[in-house]
Design a binder for this molecule. Structure first.
Ligand code: FPP
Length: 250
């Protein structure tokens, strides 16, 4: 029986609230984690990559369908060249070492973000990873690399303008639904829950359009310390909220 959108197990009285279909995470705090241990920033990113592996496994086990990870923003190029190189090295390693395991586990891996500007071998790895896992039907892992939401929206606006110019679309046909199809996330459902670790409370150019109705969770834990228990904690908190999409409360 359905009680306010929650399914109730008749005999037990236990409410079973669905897990979010799509969780998007801003993985913040690698640098501070490393600094607090007297380690170089790279150590934080390295540990952060290990947490990525745990989270993919955790999301699979919890029945989450989509996990989007903000791995490198279009603004991250402003970091020292050595740190950028370290991060690119980690992506290279992750995509090489984890690919078979991800594929074996039926994970479909996709990428959002500008491919131009990335080192050529990483762009190739991205294409190979997407191609190899294209038919997988398990967890959808979306990696945001060289991603910036404002740029994504500008590119979508340009594509819409072009279609109007060519007579393929009229101005009156442009709706939220139609516009979303021009974004890189066209066939990905909007995130239900956006998590940011490390205590900062901002979106930093991440999924600005897509997160319009997402629940937000700001967690006071640096990403390298984000555990399976932390993941379950944010999901439980999400499940206790009432999503209203602009309507009045029940
Ligand atoms: C933010 O922490 C984190 C990043 C900019 C990089 C995220 C990358 C990883 C978690 C590792 C690699 C990921 C994959 C997918 C293999 P920060 O450096 O801004 O931390 P700070 O705010 O404490 O300085």
């Amino acid at each position: 029986m359905l009680v306010r959108g929650k399914m109730r197990l008749a005999e037990t009285g236990v409410n079973v609230v669905p897990v979010p279909e799509h969780i998007a995470i801003i993985m913040d705090g690698n640098g501070r984690w490393a600094k607090s241990r007297g380690l170089p920033r790279f150590a934080g990113h390295k540990r952060g990559a290990e947490v990525v592996r745990d989270m993919v496994k955790g999301c699979q086990e919890l029945g989450i369908n989509y996990l989007t990870l903000y791995a490198f923003s279009s603004e991250n190029w402003k970091r020292p060249a050595s740190e950028v190189a370290d991060l690119m090295g980690l992506f290279r390693l992750y995509l090489t070492r984890e690919l078979n395991e991800l594929h074996r586990n039926n994970v479909r891996v996709r990428f959002i973000g500008a491919r131009e500007g990335l080192p050529g071998d990483i762009a190739t790895l991205i294409e190979q990873t997407e191609e190899k896992t294209r038919r997988n039907s398990g967890l959808n892992l979306v990696m945001a690399i060289n991603y910036g939401s404002q740029n994504e929206i500008i590119q979508a606006v340009k594509a819409v303008a072009k279609d109007v110019e060519k007579g393929r679309l009229t101005a009156s046909e442009i709706t939220e639904h139609c516009f979303a199809a021009y974004l890189e996330t066209a066939d990905i459902p909007d995130p239900d829950l956006v998590v940011r670790t490390s205590g900062e409370q901002r979106l930093s150019n991440f999924l600005l359009w897509q997160a319009a109705y997402a629940e937000l969770a700001f967690v006071d834990v640096h990403w390298p310390d984000f555990t399976r228990e932390c993941l379950e904690g944010v999901i439980r908190d999400y499940q206790s909220r009432e999503r209203r999409y602009g309507s009045s409360s029940k």
